[in-house]
Design a protein around this ligand. Structure first.
Ligand code: FAD
Length: 419
């Protein structure tokens, strides 16, 4: 038990991957922890349930890369394209999109890549002991990650991404058509060139992973309260707990880990973050026995095919819509047509679609800090496309921030005053 934690209570808002990893790490420090969330950890309502399972210590490529400004209009106009934006939602998304484009300058991209790798580099190192302790070490597979191209010169067009990775020590292999066949015979030979990152991992069931960490935390005494947090409670200018529909959960410290819904809590703690829901979709294909082994990112079509415990999962698309807007299942059908192309002849019957809210910041990096004006409020949200891999590390950082121990990585990347 760390000296500061003795007897102290922490309320964690949100039981997604970030919230459960934080709760578990705080319990290890000796805090009494209560996690507040209306839904169960690992349930389909969470973004953490339906992702592609990528656990990539070498992940350092921001979503806004140089040249994206030229590509976005075409992507938006293409009904089968990877980005969706309803005109009605344009005023809601525009300020965020402008910041996103501003971050695509090369100088910003290099700095962002440093922030991303600082966090992601430790993902497997942090997950492995955690999952062993939780009794589910089988939830990490070390198979590498493949970017598959239909254009044989595709990898040349990704020269900047490859350089950014290599500069940061990530092993990258360029594959020709024959090497692609050897590595992943399950996919259509139209994919004739590849970029393979052999040191990356994948999780075959992200929902089970969240649930297992929550169970582990519960065994250590963490209390899970199925309530919606309404607001932070302040007393004489200091945060003293969290108001829920059932009353007030008093706490010495509060962790805000409500994913895409963290904004109002952060604002109460005096922090404004440009956070948007980048809605993503997946389809599960339970009968598609393709034999796929590695997570395959279709580089031009921008989706991920992943072998999961429940079948084949295709995921992707970014849709800017208010979180309250109903899902647009047309986006899931687009994924089905991508599956038809990548896995010709596979049995694609019985598809189940899913939609989740990625907590997106315009620079692809989360906010992880003690709120500058409320040092007993720890912000841990905005992990965007990388929150599964960011979870184990963020949990440890939250524990460091809570105890006042120095963090092992440069935390300036994750401060909210960068916006
Ligand atoms: C299609 C898709 C593919 C992806 N692929 C990958 C990938 O391969 N690898 C990767 O690392 N990441 C991936 N991601 C991103 C990753 O899933 C997210 O970054 C991550 O799940 C975010 O976790 P979180 O805990 O912040 O949010 P969530 O999992 O959404 O959890 C937030 C929790 O907060 C709760 N909450 C909200 N409001 C309140 C409130 N008022 N009171 C109490 N609780 C509240 C919610 O109920 C929810 O349980 C992908 C995402 C999508 C959509």
């Amino acid at each position: 038990m760390t000296p500061g934690s003795r007897g102290q209570k922490v309320a964690v808002i949100g039981a997604g991957i970030i919230g459960v990893c934080a709760a578990n790490a705080l319990a290890d420090e000796g805090y009494r922890v209560e996690v507040i969330d209306p839904v169960l950890p690992g349930s389909p309502e969470q973004c953490s349930y339906g992702n592609a399972g990528g656990l990539s210590p070498g992940s350092c490529i921001p979503n806004a890369m140089p040249g994206i400004a030229r590509q976005v209009p075409g992507m938006l106009l293409d009904p089968e394209g990877p980005i969706g934006l309803r005109l009605l939602d344009l005023p809601h998304a525009l300020p965020w999109l402008l910041r996103f484009l501003w971050n695509s300058r090369l100088s910003r991209v290099r700095r962002i890549a440093d922030g991303m790798i600082a966090l992601n580099r430790l993902t497997l190192e942090c997950y492995e002991p955690l999952l062993r302790e939780a009794g589910c070490a089988d939830l990490i597979l070390h198979r590498g990650q493949l970017f598959a191209y239909e254009n044989p010169k595709g990898p040349e067009g990704s020269a900047l991404s490859i350089a950014l990775r290599r500069e940061r020590g990530v092993k990258v292999e360029i594959l020709n058509a024959a090497q692609m066949r050897d590595l992943e015979p399950a996919i259509n030979p139209d994919y004739c060139a590849g970029v393979f990152l052999p040191e990356q991992g994948q999780c075959p069931n992200p929902g089970r992973l969240v649930e297992a960490i929550a169970r582990l935390a519960a065994r250590k005494g963490v209390l899970f309260t199925r309530q919606r947090a309404k607001a932070l409670v302040l007393d004489q200018g200091r945060v003293t707990g969290v108001a829920t529909e059932a009353g007030v959960a008093l706490a010495d410290k509060v962790v805000v880990a409500a994913g895409a819904f963290s904004g109002p809590f952060a604002r109460q703690a005096g922090v404004r973050v440009p956070l948007i829901s980048e809605r993503g979709y997946h389809i599960m294909l339970p009968h598609a026995k393709t034999g796929l082994r590695v997570n395959v990112n279709a580089a031009e079509r921008k989706f991920v095919a992943a072998p999961m415990e429940g079948g084949l999962r295709l995921s992707g698309t970014v849709e800017f819509a208010r979180p309250s807007a109903p899902p647009n299942w047309r986006r899931a059908e687009i994924l089905l047509s991508q599956a038809r192309h990548m896995f010709p002849g596979a049995d694609l019957r019985g598809m189940t679609p899913w939609m989740g809210n990625r907590p997106g910041t315009p620079d692809s990096i989360p906010v992880i800090e003690c709120a500058p004006r409320h040092d007993n409020v720890i912000l841990a949200f905005g992990h965007g496309h990388q929150g599964l891999m960011g979870g184990s590390v963020t949990g440890r950082l939250v524990a460091d921030l809570a105890t006042g121990r120095p963090c092992p990585i440069d935390m300036t990347h994750f401060r909210s005053d960068r916006f």
